[in-house]
Design a protein around this ligand. Structure first.
Ligand code: PEP
Length: 253
């Protein structure tokens, strides 16, 4: 039985004051919530503030990216040890916005996953097709290439520590959600890839989140799919009422 995981990707929103205000409410909202892992991913500069506020809570903290070297002459980058030191337990890697605007490739994603694992951070690895690829019937080929290249060289032990987020790019921030059937088809396919690339056990153990316009009113039907193990939530994670409803909607019956 895979434990659901809901993560909020705050993107480039929320300064320290706003972040503390939000997590103070979430901490209260979720104090009795069990059966689901909850994570918030603020911008780097407020990671420690958020972590300190959430220390005695059941909410984990994640970063939105990292650089694969531990230290060195890499102006502007932030490494796994620094993220860890600021309190993060998770890190989003390969988000489509990083791929689209910042030149992220499957090869850089691969290096970042290895750096995260080396420092005991749980990578949330994003994959997903753009609209033109879906319309051309290439979704599964894109997912195959992304998984094979991004996860290359990981051991089974490392792979089970990872979370995958299937995020069809056409559904991110657009209000267009994949239908539960479209999400399930992709998740099942990714799980099959993990079985082939690693083992049956690994395929059955790795949690696969869906991401793309998840809202309180679609979380339940997405979570009802057998291979959907949670959600990576952008816009709706920025408000306590919507994020709270999504987390509560993901609690197993
Ligand atoms: C995301 O940022 O990963 C995301 C899925 O955004 P949204 O929920 O706003 O579509």
């Amino acid at each position: 039985m895979r434990k659901p995981i809901i993560a909020g990707n705050w993107k480039l929103f929320k300064n320290a004051l706003e972040a503390i205000e939000l997590v103070t409410i979430l901490k209260r909202e979720f104090c009795d919530v069990e059966g689901v892992d909850i994570v918030v991913c603020p911008v780097f500069v407020v990671l420690r503030d958020v972590y300190e506020c959430l220390m005695e809570s059941n909410i984990g903290v994640g970063a939105q990216d990292l650089y694969w070297e531990d230290s060195g002459a890499f102006t502007g980058e932030v490494s796994a040890p620094l993220i860890k030191d600021a309190g993060a337990q998770y890190v989003i890697i390969g988000h489509s916005e990083r791929r689209q605007f910042f030149g992220e490739t499957n090869q850089t994603v691969n290096k970042k996953i290895k750096a995260a694992l080396k420092h005991n951070l749980t990578p949330i690895i994003c994959v997903g097709e753009v609209l033109a690829e879906r319309e051309a019937g290439q979704t599964m080929d894109v997912l195959k290439k992304q998984c094979e290249e991004s996860l290359a060289g990981l051991t089974n032990e490392e792979m089970v520590k990872c979370v995958i987020a299937y995020e069809p790019v056409w559904a991110i921030g657009t209000g267009k959600t994949a239908t539960p059937a479209q999400a399930e088809e992709a998740h099942k396919y990714i799980r099959g890839l993990l079985v082939k690339q690693f083992s049956e056990d690994v395929g059955q153990s790795v949690r696969i989140q869906y991401g793309g316009s998840v809202k309180p009113d679609n979380i339940k039907e997405l979570m009802a799919q057998p291979d959907v193990d949670g959600a990576l939530v952008g816009g709706a994670s920025l408000k306590s009422d919507s994020f709270s409803a999504i987390v509560k909607g993901a609690i197993p019956a």
